[in-house]
Design a protein around this ligand. Sequence first.
Ligand code: ASP
Length: 331
Amino acid sequence: MKDATTRTVRSLCLALTATLGLAGHARADAFPQRPITMVVPFAAGGPTDVIARIVAEHMSRSLGQQVVIENVTGAGGTTGITRASQAAPDGYTVMMGHMGTHGAAPALFKGLRYDPAKSFDPIGLAAGTPIVIVARKDFAAPDLKAFIAAVKSGGTSINQAHAGVGSVSHSTGILFDAKTGAKPTLVVYRGTGPALNDLMAGQVDFMTDQIVNVAPQITGGTIKAYAIATPERSTVLPDVPTTKEAGLDDYEVSAWNAVFAPKGLPKEVGAKLEAALGKALEDETTRKRILDLGGTVPGSGERGPAALQRLVESEVARWTPVLRAAADGTP
Ligand code: ASP
């Protein structure tokens, strides 16, 4: 009798496990059944927001559910990424990270509550975004050398905008300051969208930012570009010299934006998100929108989860010593 009961309980347990397993599988197969939130850890209108909205639009179409952008700002993007990393790993919350949140931040935040290499399931790289040194349009210096001299001699009367400690504009900005010996006053924003508005209005003097945020304003003449920090010029800004051409050797930096999910995503769900991002980046209109802003579109071999995981690990390793030295003692 005892044996029979044990057998019955055991087979009930097995049946239940199988049912739950199938249900989980069915749920993953049916994904997505409701809108997906993509957390953008910076203000609307900035580069991370722009790239997120461009890819989310196409992903919404191919997934058959809206990918809704939620801007969760603060602390150089780490507030939004921390919050998104703690969401349920069911595919309904993803985030648009970047070289700052998933590369530079560990160097500059002692108490960072996520590990860029361990707290996420990487979905894929969305865009490469070269860094441009931009200033208010009436900044008098005619070229980069004169600009550096003016920023150095101006000391703290020069205002440099950035999007918070650990952001791309902050990390590439303090690198620029360390390389040139400049000691400007740093002015913090919740993203370089609002920083750009102030730069256009002449409220701040300069910043180093991702090309997709600044290319239209450079072309339109509402701000000035001194150099692009890549080995080659950009085809969308053919008149802007590279840092090397302009006399600033050893300041080459290109940022990137990428989609991540909280760790623990069901495999099928991750594969669907990866495929949707891939489709977006293969779509001619979507590609053109990124390329027209000066961004680069990663090829299929360099954008998947494995490639992104490698990129994150190498970026953290690369930026940590450089930024700690530039920051001259971390906060
Ligand atoms: N590009 C910004 C940064 O400096 C953030 C933003 O996307 O607004 O990290």
